[in-house]
Design a protein around this ligand. Sequence first.
Ligand code: HEM
Length: 467
Amino acid sequence: RPKNFPPGPLLLPIVGTILHLTLDNPLADLERLRKTYGNVYSLFFGSRPAVIVNGVKAMKEALVTNAKDFSGRPQDLFISKVSKNGGVVLADYGPRWKDHRRFALMTLRNFGMGKNSMEDRIHGELKYTIDTLEKSIGKSMSPQVMFHNASSNIICQVLFDRRYEYNDDFIKVVIQCFTENAKLVNGPWVMLYDSFPLVRNLPLPFNKAIKNYETCQNLVHGLVAEHKKTKVTGEPRDFVDCYLDEIGKRSDDGSSFSEEQLIRYLLDLHFAGTDTTSNTLLTAFLYLTTKPHIQERCQEEIDRVLEGKDQASFEDRHQMHYMQAVIHEVQRVANTVPLSVFHCTTQDTELMGYSIPKGTLIIPNLTSLLSEEGQWKYPHEFNPENFLNEQGEFVKPEAFMPFSTGPRMCLGEGLARMELFLITVTLLRKFKFIWPEDAGEPDYTPVYGVTLSPHPYRMKVQPRATQ
Ligand code: HEM
């Protein structure tokens, strides 16, 4: 370890500290190491040094106070190879990332306003979700495909101005690729790829992720080609049109906006906006279905606040303290992006008194915040009281950072929060969700990957008597 580098377990030649991790799910090991070495410690993936950042204090010092030093992205990991360093999620800290991030935030904001607002798009998609659930009344159904397609369609409407039927081949292929890659990318084979350059050319399972990415790239390429044929300059229908207009505007200044970038950017946004939201919704309905007293209390609040209204609006959340607490508690236990997206130091820097050289891999362990002792009333159980004060009002503890923090924080947070609220409230208002008698004990342990997801489950659906 370099001088004054964060401590960590014994380093072995060639393997580094990799033997301290269970490669198919290292989360429990990372917690065990935090207990031994403190909130800032180091690991070596082969010869590559990494610093694991845990707990609110260290996370804020790194990602907010010293944001500039800690906002890079490593450029030589497997995922960067898969996406050929394009897009925004994995772009290194610098002008290309900044320009693209600003552009996406502005475009998402513009599509959030006006007549065909984001709320309308979400409610539009909810009609199909409701239809799917109505067809399942009296039977037990698996909600996986439904929630993946709903989240995917909401972002597809913003990106491509279109939605897909739930059995459409395009969307089936894309979602299959996304869900596979979400598990491959933080999985054991990729960990080996990132740690040991010698294995990179072997025909190991990580090559499937590259193929999946290429498949999606080709499909999206077709959509961009179609847009180019039909678009009218200055009258953007969606994100693709806005970006193509932007390429036109910036054609002379050596800009980083290009069609190749656009395709990777679309895949980034589509993936980042689908797998995360749908896995959080799956977690929400797993808990709501298996904890009927919580479901009923949400429904009482929803009925009271929405009495006489056709549909929920995002503004209604301010009158729904309990519902808000439940959704946030779902996000806390869902821990959907457990190790965030890996960061990297942009220059030699310091963290909690330790020295960290430029180029060090930084792993923000968001898991450590979401169950940090001292930050939560009930860190290790599902309990909406974690977000309620003595008066029963909704409060958000500072350790609630499922979207991370600082300049690289999730740029889809606003959209994701709106989706989670409107979808959960609308479905709970209309239906009662029941855990099937023959389904056995619910399994709350998540399946590990770059995103965590619940194990597949089934639920029964009944129309609500009040509807
Ligand atoms: C429950 C849903 C979601 C969760 C929990 C989540 C969480 C995260 C996290 C932890 C990061 C990494 C931040 C960092 O590196 O510090 C991230 C980045 C990102 N997310 Fe989300 N996300 C969600 C939904 C969305 C949606 C709906 C979109 C699409 C609009 C989106 C787009 C992005 C993008 C583009 C980045 C990269 C930002 C950058 O590198 O500058 N996310 N998200």
